[in-house]
Design a protein around this ligand. Structure first.
Ligand code: SF4
Length: 343
């Protein structure tokens, strides 16, 4: 029972579909995971894997699209968000659950000073007057490493660099000390050196607050920097779940192996050395009958073409969705895979 108290978010069999002229697009298809207080979970996958739609579903931000949650539960501190009214969700968004978006320039209001934008969020959720909300906003800017915060608070987004704007987005996201922080590709639009600073800032903030973090990314390097556990998604489904250390040490699903092999290393001398996963992510309207990864998988067998493997716990606390790992108990080895230690 004590353990349950620490679960911040429990997603159970979540299904989110988009209904278009071409038919139903199953963007998130029976996804389950949970995160405890102080834990950081990475959700990784290519474009179209369903990772971002998972985060938008959690925050119920699909309004205005053809997307709809059609099944499952999203339990936040034991309460099912899928049953909440829009008004109740508004009191939670930006307050108890916050999101850091990918592109700060499109998320910040260009006509309002950054200090006022942070203060507005604080006033929206807390009973604070203008003066104390402004003072808090300046403190938040200082907390995310913005120099001369009093001066910067009076500036507009266009007067800040990309890295500074992302720090402002982080300040807005954490201004009400959320219990759950969702970061959706928070560093994709930034230079490499700034990326490392922003990731380290997010991690520092999460450790300091003791809250839970969901990191959505296509980049396993980002996961390695910031997360304790990782869920690998492909075509709307989780194909592997493991601790970050275990996943990097010995990936079990062929898609995860491919993603890890695709990371350039100091041994990658030329483009020819860079591993590329064969083929394309299938069209969501024409998904294969069996394993969704079968058309691209070097290990595919007949069973893979005919039956979708279940996500099963095969190795302690690890979940894998692969027939070859399940039916034959076979340790797949990718000939090009090398652990980070080189072993
Ligand atoms: Fe590859 Fe078959 Fe495993 Fe799918 S089930 S990942 S096709 S080996």
């Amino acid at each position: 029972m004590e353990k349950d108290k620490d679960i911040v978010l429990q997603v159970e069999n979540l299904q989110t579909s988009f209904f278009t002229e071409d038919g139903e697009l199953k963007a998130v298809n029976d996804v389950s995971f949970s995160i405890e207080k102080g834990q950081s979970l990475g959700i990784v996958g290519e474009s179209g894997s369903g990772k971002s739609i998972t985060s938008l579903s959690i925050l119920r931000l699909l309004t205005g699209t053809t997307g709809k949650i059609i099944g499952g539960k999203i339990l936040f501190k034991g309460e099912d968000l899928t049953t909440f009214s829009e008004k109740k969700m508004q009191s939670i968004r930006g307050n108890r659950i916050s999101m850091i978006f990918q592109e700060p320039m499109t998320s910040l209001n260009p006509t309002i000073t950054i200090g006022e934008q942070i203060a507005e969020v604080i006033r929206g959720h807390q009973k604070k007057d203008r003066k104390s909300a402004w003072e808090d906003a300046v403190k938040m800017l200082s907390g995310v490493g913005i120099p001369e915060p009093e001066k910067r608070a009076k500036q507009y987004p266009f007067q800040l660099s990309g890295g500074m704007r992302q720090r402002v987005m982080i300040a807005i996201a954490i201004s009400c000390q959320p219990e759950l922080l969702i970061a959706d590709e928070p560093t994709t639009a930034l230079d490499v050196t700034i990326q490392a600073q922003i990731l380290s800032l997010i991690k520092k903030i999460q450790r300091r607050s003791g809250g839970a973090l969901v990191m959505i990314t296509h980049d396993l390097g980002v996961i390695a920097e910031t997360c304790d556990a990782v869920a690998v998604m492909y075509c709307g489904k989780i194909v592997e779940y493991a601790s970050v250390a275990e996943l990097f040490e010995s990936p079990k699903h062929p898609y995860t192996m491919g993603l890890l092999n695709s990371i350039p290393s100091h041994e990658t001398d030329s483009e020819e050395d860079l591993y590329i996963i064969d083929g394309q992510v299938p069209s969501p309207y024409e998904l294969p009958n069996g394993c969704l990864f079968a058309p691209r998988c070097p290990y595919a067998k007949e069973i893979c073409q005919n039956a979708l493997p279940e996500l099963l716990n095969l190795y302690g606390n690890r979940l894998v969705r692969c027939h070859m790992q399940q039916t034959e108990g076979r340790e797949l080895e990718h000939d090009r895979w090398k652990s980070p230690s080189g072993s």
